[in-house]
Design a protein around this ligand. Structure first.
Ligand code: AMP
Length: 187
């Protein structure tokens, strides 16, 4: 294992950008999939990203990170451990055991459902929601509303990559209700 010191902020962001791979026409023609597996496989890039997300968690005074299935689990859990926060998974329908709260949202083709366990969050929790990519904003919007329906406070949403041309930030305006939106990289 190499021991490389953390780069300064500009170098860190350049490294993260370099480690996100474009995969054209995945999972269907016309979509450019943003593949973060090269970033996760690079020890320095992964640590830098976990630190940036953990810093956001601490800055917002969040007690809990809610990670969105599936890549939000990887990033959110790493950041939560570094920030000494709890981690709660927001999962696709039917995956979580026990009573759940669910929320449906529209996809380009059809609908999807996201769920939280009913006892996963308490009224005194301050939550940072974490995902890898903010595209149209539908997924994050559903999770933000679900978190708020538990009585917990939404402190913010943090994503690795915002695809600004898809207008997710504008769509999320109401669901954020003044909470912070932090995108590490914006394209
Ligand atoms: P959206 O609801 O449109 O904001 O889509 C966000 C969710 O879909 C995130 O959980 C992402 O993991 C995934 N996603 C959407 N577009 C892409 C993309 N171009 N590359 C990778 N993941 C994407």
């Amino acid at each position: 294992m190499t021991t490389t010191s953390p780069p300064d902020r500009d170098a860190a962001l350049a490294l993260l950008r370099e480690r996100i791979r474009d995969v054209p026409d995945h999972p269907r023609p016309g979509v450019v999939f943003k593949d973060i597996t090269p970033l996760l496989a690079d020890p320095l890039a992964f640590r830098v990203l976990a630190d940036l997300l953990a810093d956001e968690c601490v800055r917002l005074g969040a007690t809990t990170i809610v990670g969105i299935e599936a890549r939000g689990f990887i990033l959110g859990a790493a950041a939560a451990a570094r920030a000494r926060a709890g981690f709660v998974p927001a999962r696709k329908a039917g995956k979580l055991p026990g009573p759940t709260l669910s929320r449906a949202y529209d996809l380009e083709y059809g609908r999807a459902v996201v769920e939280l366990q009913t006892d996963a969050l308490q009224i005194h929790d301050r939550v940072l929601v974490v995902d890898d990519v903010l595209a149209t904003g539908g997924t994050s919007e559903a999770v933000l509303r679900l978190v708020r329906s538990t009585g917990a406070t939404v402190a913010g949403l943090a994503v690795l990559l915002e695809l600004s041309f898809l207008g997710g930030r504008e769509r999320l305006g109401r669901a954020l209700a003044g909470a912070d939106l932090h995108s590490v990289v914006v394209v």
